[in-house]
Design a protein around this ligand. Structure first.
Ligand SMILES: [Ca+2]
Ligand SMILES: [Ca+2]
Length: 231
């Protein structure tokens, strides 16, 4: 008469043929990858949604900005437009940093080119840096007394028929911690811009002949647009 092996040994003997729980083990292997894909999809989806909201707000603000009441030196109507843009974005992310910039060009082609005003870089040394600084001479095409890397001028000086480039840059901490797994920035930055011509409520202004000026000293690697004050 043979004795039955202990229960624990019988269970161990069945273990190589056991299939119970295999699905759970397999899910354990793929779960991290699945979670990563879901977080990535949420992050991309939220970014696309923010992009569409910001672009829509920019288009609406630019249309209002072409009216005569928003042109010239007065900034009050423009402040109201900017606040309307912020009011559309902030409910989606209270921590968003919103920067708004207006620049103007006489023509659409100038706006599309965004060509820098010409300057003469220092021949050698730290100020031979592709930036306008160290008192380097530049051609002030738009006669505003400043070096303009984008060839544009402040919208404060814009008038009828001028073309305004309206740009909104929104930065906010990532909604989903994707960067902790795949690296990259912990901040999402979205930029939206548009170009619209001011309404023809008057004649368009004209620039005079370009003048010559000099950039400030500043630091190597940075434009120093404001000319140094006379000693
Ligand atoms: Ca330079
Ligand atoms: Ca200038």
């Amino acid at each position: 008469m043979s004795r039955r092996p202990p229960a624990i040994l019988r269970r161990l003997a069945r273990l190589p043929r056991a299939r119970e729980g295999a699905t759970l083990v397999e899910f354990g292997f793929i779960a991290p990858m699945l979670c990563l894909l879901l977080v990535g999809a949420f992050d991309v989806g939220h970014t696309l949604y923010m992009q569409s909201v910001v672009q829509g707000a920019v288009q609406n603000a630019a249309r209002q900005g072409t009216l005569e009441s928003t042109s010239g030196e007065s900034s009050l109507p423009r402040d109201a437009i900017d606040q309307a843009v912020k009011n559309q974005i902030l409910p989606l992310n209270r921590n968003a940093d919103i920067r708004i910039n207006r620049r103007f060009y006489r023509t659409f082609s100038d706006a599309a080119a965004a060509k820098s005003e010409e300057f003469t870089d220092t021949a050698s040394g730290p100020y031979s840096d592709g930036k306008c600084n160290n008192g380097e001479p530049f051609v002030d095409v738009n006669n505003n007394g400043r070096f303009d890397r984008d060839g544009a001028d402040s919208a404060d000086h814009a008038g009828a028929r001028d073309n305004i480039v309206y740009t909104v840059t929104v930065s906010y901490p990532r909604m989903f911690p994707l960067h902790r797994f795949i690296g990259g920035s912990d901040t999402t930055t979205i930029t939206a811009s548009t170009i619209l011509a001011n309404q023809p409520y008057g004649d368009q202004g004209q620039y005079g002949a370009p003048s010559n000026a000099n950039c400030g000293i500043g630091m190597p690697g940075f434009d120093q647009p404001t000319p140094e004050p006379a000693p």
